[in-house]
Ligand binder design. Structure first.
Ligand SMILES: Nc1ncnc2c1ncn2[C@@H]1O[C@H](COP(=O)(O)OP(=O)(O)OP(=O)(O)O)[C@@H](O)[C@H]1O
Ligand SMILES: [Mg+2]
Length: 502
């Protein structure tokens, strides 16, 4: 442990100042030592007896009394005189950091902000071990990246917290969402957790191959190239010898799903519902059986013939969609250490894509509920397409169900989106952890602002300026927000919408 004395120049950052408002138990400001390079977002510590106050810098302000008078400066500008040539301006320079207190540690116990540091107290950059403890990081978890700032700790988050409490990976196009998902997938697979990804761009199969393009960055992050086992599922029409069939049985489609793909009216749905009730006991049935049952049900309940014919016509339409088949063997789909890719990049109707994703989600959920498969993690890329804010649809209902109830059954989800205003608020609010990359649009920023567990507005204001691959991580997985460089991928990144050849 480092010494906390006046001579401890290695990590000493400055001295607490006072004004009418601070220091108090929530906030303080300190003058930064001249030679210290301290970015906003850095964690600092203030030892107070047996306790240590932990704070996070949210504002840095520079000042110099020599430059306070505009007339004086203008005079020098007009005469092209360097002020520093005449006056000792370096002496007038000072920088002040404003800090939010995020908690207190006492013998490894985490306490809320409840004591105030004092003017004149020395400030230190937070020690690695102390900060890791404070943030709830572990040594054997998911290695996501490195924290930026004076304490470049490895961000290794607790698996259970990240998986169980759900995750949202948000950011504008090209900010690094899919790359980040890739990192999380690599880590989960290494911990033998099954991962299933709903992949509307078909970009994740590249994870099979080792990353040979960024070897120089691997040393910095301390990782080695590696590929991971994958299993790809595609709708029957797209299927080739290397992929598995993503088909559904007619029985998997309940009345809501069927009526959504075929756009039925309320009365038509009523008839279909009654017919499906009759078939409930059967293991499976085909279109002809369903049509026959609709006919007998219609006679029984005296539906008019136009309704009956419309329903039958719509049911025959399902066959043309080419999604019916032997169904998915969910135990084959959820395999420890394997990434299962639900490749929905085929040019199919968006409603059909939503239904396929919804049926996969539903079956994983039911299988987890009955403990037929191990605890697993489902990533939904382009989540706004499956849980749109403005539209009620079957896939949104399923995603909401996973978000609300998944955690009870050891089923974690990660939603990824670049169209944040289009993403269902209900789903977003269920995500305990957030990895937020660059967000360009003010509309998106305003939309997600209430959901981001960020400590200060400054964090939000900086989001439009984050470089590719730099994220603000917040929520259950880190307890207090951190800005991090997401680590380099061990496997190949497929991103940028390219279709990877199998
Ligand atoms: N952590 C990172 N380290 C290094 N490079 C990165 C990182 N994150 C992203 N990149 C670079 O940025 C590019 C775009 O990233 P990515 O494909 O993940 O974007 P995206 O947010 O998923 O975009 P889209 O919304 O279009 O799918 C990658 O191809 C990669 O070159
Ligand atoms: Mg992407």
């Amino acid at each position: 442990m480092e010494k906390h004395t006046e001579d401890d120049t290695v990590c000493q950052l400055g001295i607490i100042m006072s004004d009418r408002r601070t220091p108090n138990h929530l906030e303080f400001h300190f003058q930064i030592k001249d030679e210290v390079d301290l970015p906003v977002g850095s964690y600092v510590e203030v030892p107070v007896g047996t306790r240590v106050i932990i704070g996070r810098v949210y504002l840095i302000q520079a000042s110099n009394a020599y430059y306070n008078d505009p007339n004086f400066v203008r005079d020098h500008l007009e005469r092209s005189l360097k002020i520093s040539a005449r006056l000792p301006v370096r002496i007038g320079r000072w920088r002040m950091a404003r800090v939010h207190i995020v908690g207190v540690l006492e013998n490894d116990k985490r306490l809320p902000p409840e004591i105030s540091p004092e003017p004149g107290d020395y400030i230190y950059s937070a020690r690695t071990s102390l900060l890791s403890k404070f943030l709830g990081l572990t040594s054997n978890g998911l290695y996501i990246g490195k924290m930026r700032g004076p304490t470049p700790i490895n961000i290794v988050t607790d698996i259970e917290k990240l998986v169980k409490y759900h995750l949202a990976v948000l950011g504008s196009t090209g900010s690094g969402k899919s790359y980040t998902n890739g990192v999380i997938i690599e880590e989960l697979l290494e911990h033998d957790i099954p991962v299933i990804i709903i992949d509307p761009h078909g970009e994740y199969n590249s994870i099979r191959r080792t990353n040979q393009e960024e070897l120089h960055r691997m040393e910095f992050f301390g990782v080695n190239p590696q590929g991971y086992p994958t299993k790809v599922y595609t709708p029957p029409r797209e299927r080739n010898t290397k992929t598995n069939e993503l088909s559904i049985r007619l029985k998997d489609l309940d009345v809501e799903a069927l009526s959504e793909i075929t756009t039925m009216s309320e009365t038509q749905m009523d008839l279909l519902y009654l017919a499906l009730q009759k078939l409930k006991q059967l293991e499976d049935y085909d279109i002809q059986k369903l049509v026959d049952t609709i006919k007998t049900t219609a006679e029984e309940w005296k539906f008019n013939s136009r309704t009956t014919l419309s329903v039958i016509r719509r049911i025959f339409l399902i066959e043309e969609l080419n999604i019916l088949g032997k169904g998915i063997d969910i135990q084959e789909l959820v395999k420890p250490g394997v990434l299962c890719i639900i490749d929905l990049s085929e040019d199919i109707d968006e409603r059909v894509r939503q239904i396929l994703a919804a049926i996969v989600m539903k079956q994983i959920f039911l299988a987890r509920k009955r403990n037929l498969v191990p605890p697993c993690f489902v990533i939904i890329e382009e989540a706004h397409r499956f849980a749109p804010q403005a539209l009620d649809c079957y896939s949104k209902k399923m995603l909401r169900r996973l978000a609300r109830e998944g955690r009870k059954f050891g089923l974690g989800i990660c939603v990824t989106s670049q169209r944040l205003v289009g993403l269902d608020k209900d789903v977003l609010s269920q995500c305990g952890s957030k990895i937020v990359l660059r967000i360009d649009s003010k509309t998106d920023l305003d939309y997600v602002r209430p959901f981001l567990n960020l400590g200060s507005n400054e964090d939000i204001d900086r989001l439009p300026f984050l470089p590719q691959g730099v994220a603000t991580i917040s929520g259950v997985c880190v307890r207090s927000p951190i800005v991090a460089q997401i680590r380099v991928r061990k496997s190949m990144h497929g991103g940028e919408g390219t279709r990877i050849q199998i």
